[in-house]
Design a protein around this ligand. Structure first.
Ligand SMILES: [Zn+2]
Length: 231
């Protein structure tokens, strides 16, 4: 009301939800010009990285094969990926397990629920869960990415990520697959995907999962960059 009552005015004021604004009259119109957007508002793309499973010795640990533990590999690939993304101001990445000793939930079910809750409450723009596969048949190998639904942003992102991983690491492309029963895909509110990097139970994949953890992360990063048209 005060603004409308004044024939001409010119002042700065701090509006808690916007930031610093400049109020002036120009050509008979009262105008509010946003001078400085509130610092807490970030336009970065928020990516939640879920390193599948919990540290060894707790519930919800992962698969094993060729002397490797899934939870250790997914932890480190996630850390590499978060660092790559957070070095770019266009991204803001968070990890479900920021430290090697982080334990999520108290049971398998609550461990998954906690990951989804963290992503939904942030709220993240994208959810990427990282896993390693296993199979009784040691000849089965390759990378798979699981989705809740085809013809979604999650599928376009998954295709770029698959290309990135195959290019950087040389695993076999087993394709983008549907698995709507996976809890973390079903219950997240944003485009979400679950990457099975490779098979711990296959000797060739196991070697890559042991020695090329940075390259796996870089392949995922490259896929994200291409999806957004940044690379
Ligand atoms: Zn897993």
């Amino acid at each position: 009301m005060y603004i409308i009552a004044c024939p001409t005015l010119e002042f700065y004021m701090n509006v808690s939800s916007i930031g610093l604004v400049y109020v002036t009259t120009l050509l008979g119109w009262n105008m509010i010009i946003i001078v400085k957007w509130k610092g807490s508002v970030s336009l970065a793309i928020k990516i939640f990285i879920d390193q599948g499973h919990n540290p060894t010795g707790y519930h919800n640990t992962g698969a094993t094969g060729n002397g490797l533990l899934e939870q250790d590999i997914t932890y480190q690939v996630g850390v590499y990926l978060a660092n790559l993304l957070n070095n770019d101001p266009r991204f803001d990445a968070r990890l479900s397990r920021p430290t090697p000793t982080t334990v999520l939930g108290t049971t398998n079910a609550t461990s998954l629920a906690e990951r989804v809750r963290m992503a939904n409450e942030w709220p993240a723009d994208y959810f990427i869960s990282i896993h390693c596969n296993s199979n009784p048949n040691p000849s089965i190998n390759g990378t798979e990415i699981y989705l809740y639904q085809f013809n979604t942003q999650a599928q376009w992102l998954a295709q770029r990520i698959m290309t990135g991983i195959v290019e950087m690491v040389g695993t076999k492309n087993n394709g983008i697959r549907l698995n709507p029963s996976l809890y973390v895909l079903r219950r997240t509110n944003m485009p979400s995907l679950l990457i099975e990097l490779g098979y711990l139970t296959n000797s060739s994949d196991a070697q890559k999962l042991r020695d090329d953890q940075y390259q796996f992360a870089y392949g995922i990063y490259l896929g994200i960059m291409r999806y957004f048209g940044f690379a």
